[in-house]
Design a protein around this ligand. Structure first.
Ligand code: HEC
Ligand code: HEC
Length: 376
């Protein structure tokens, strides 16, 4: 937090009734950079600002000892997060005003979606499962999308607006819409010092909002913090397998349980039939690098809040956690399979404990609901 914003009244009416000494203190605060509340006497704060006040940055939850100053590629400030929150939930950013980021990134589902593949503007089908957005600004390796084609959250955010099967807009179209709303211009001034509208600023603000969607405090985190009773016996057994002979942590590693790297674990592989070569419909990382070793390789997903967001895998082909874990027993061998997969040792009787462990990764800290109103 750089501004003393939180705790201050946002409603002009409250301010006008304050005693003189408080008013003086308030003026000093305003001079000190607290622009969120506007100048005294400027009149009522717009309803959308009251509905979405500048708030202190969240306290990192247990097990996610993040420092906002170290968010990858984005400076996270309270004012910027507020602006990004509007933009993230604002369907006016799409060509026909029907699709926002939150259409496919639903807060209650750890900002993922309950469908194997996303549906965008005009009912068009995408080809991949919507990824979750939790702890997303604090990965071990900063790459985004299943194939890692974006190098930062901000770069990522520019994609969906112009993706013809997602929001179907143009960057010029987005800028026209946002610049046409004085409420937004005021918010951009507050954050960037002037109201120059650029797609990079829009993406930057969205990235700052995303950076505050944290997840921690799960049963696993509480167990790690010394609460032996936090995990059931079955989940604890699953944890032993996960970090032991299962070797799941060859890829699902660190506080986010992902190395942020690309691996072929056999998902989407169709073995040749009747002499017809099938293979991978979605080539994954290979389409970005053209490195033959990357065929069928996808970014290791975080496993935080994994139970909240079936179906699973880049193609949404795995309906539930039980099925996902079984994929590591019946591995789809293919020429590009990641060597680490040969070290995974699990058996059908490991499935229940592993699923119990995965269910113990549901955390808190990311919850949100759309703002009640938007800048006009
Ligand atoms: C029509 C559905 C849809 C919309 C709208 C949408 N997304 Fe996505 N999002 C997806 C899908 C599907 C993926 C995975 C795409 C891929 O890998 O090619 C994804 C991936 C992401 C990722 C990558 C996460 C990671 O760990 O790599 C982020 C972040 C993200 N979206 C944020 C946004 C933002 C911000 C917006 C709005 C500007 C948005 N999305 C709009 C469906 C959508
Ligand atoms: C070689 C690296 C690697 C190893 C080892 C590994 N995983 Fe994965 N995991 C991945 C990748 C990559 C994906 C995404 C695959 C895809 O969609 O093509 C994935 C996906 C998953 C998913 C689905 C998550 C989602 O959001 O869709 C679950 C659950 C999972 N893994 C659990 C496990 C368990 C349990 C183990 C150990 C038995 C394990 N993984 C071992 C790399 C690995």
């Amino acid at each position: 937090m750089r501004a003393p914003g939180p705790g201050l009244p946002y409603d002009g009416r409250v301010r006008r009734s304050l005693p003189r000494s408080t008013t003086l203190a308030f003026l000093l605060l305003v001079a000190g950079g607290c622009r969120a509340v506007g100048r005294p006497g400027e009149g009522a704060v717009p309803p959308w600002e009251r509905d979405n006040p500048v708030q202190a940055l969240p306290t990192p939850p247990l097990g996610m000892p993040i420092v906002f100053a170290r968010a990858r590629g984005v400076e996270v400030t309270a004012e910027k997060v507020r602006l990004g929150r509007w933009l993230f939930f604002d369907a006016r950013l799409s060509r026909d005003g029907t699709i926002s980021c939150a259409t496919c990134h639903v807060p209650a589902l750890a900002f993922s979606e309950a469908k194997p593949r996303s549906t965008g503007i005009g009912g068009q089908q995408g080809t991949r499962k919507s990824q979750p957005i939790v702890n997303a600004a604090f990965p071990l390796a900063g790459v985004y999308f299943w194939d890692g084609r974006a190098a930062s959250l901000a770069e990522q955010a520019k994609g969906p607006m112009v993706n013809p099967v997602e929001m179907g807009n143009t960057h010029e179209g987005v800028l026209r819409t946002v610049a046409g709303l004085s409420g937004y211009r005021r918010a951009f001034r507050e954050v960037y010092g002037d109201d120059r509208l650029e797609i990079d600023r829009i993406a930057d603000a969205i990235a700052a909002y995303e950076a505050t969607r944290l997840s921690g405090g799960s049963a696993w985190d509480r167990y790690n913090a010394g609460d032996d009773a936090a995990l059931t016996a079955e989940a604890a057994a699953g944890m032993e397998i996960f970090f032991g002979r299962g070797r799941c942590n060859a890829c699902h590693v660190g506080p986010n349980l992902t190395d942020g790297k690309f691996h072929n674990v056999g998902i989407g592989w169709e073995p040749p039939q009747d002499g017809v070569r099938l293979g991978f419909q979605d080539l994954g990382r290979y389409a970005v690098t053209r490195d033959p070793r990357d065929v069928g390789a996808f970014k290791t997903p975080t496993l935080r809040d994994v139970a909240r967001r079936p179906p699973y895998m880049h193609d949404g082909s795995s309906p539930d956690l039980r099925d996902s874990v079984l994929r590591y027993f019946e591995i789809a061998a293919n020429p590009w399979l990641d060597p680490a997969m040969h070290e995974v040792r699990i058996f059908p009787f490991d499935v229940r404990p592993l699923v119990a462990f995965l269910e113990a990764l549901d955390g808190t800290g990311f919850e949100d609901a759309p703002p009640r109103s938007f800048p006009q």
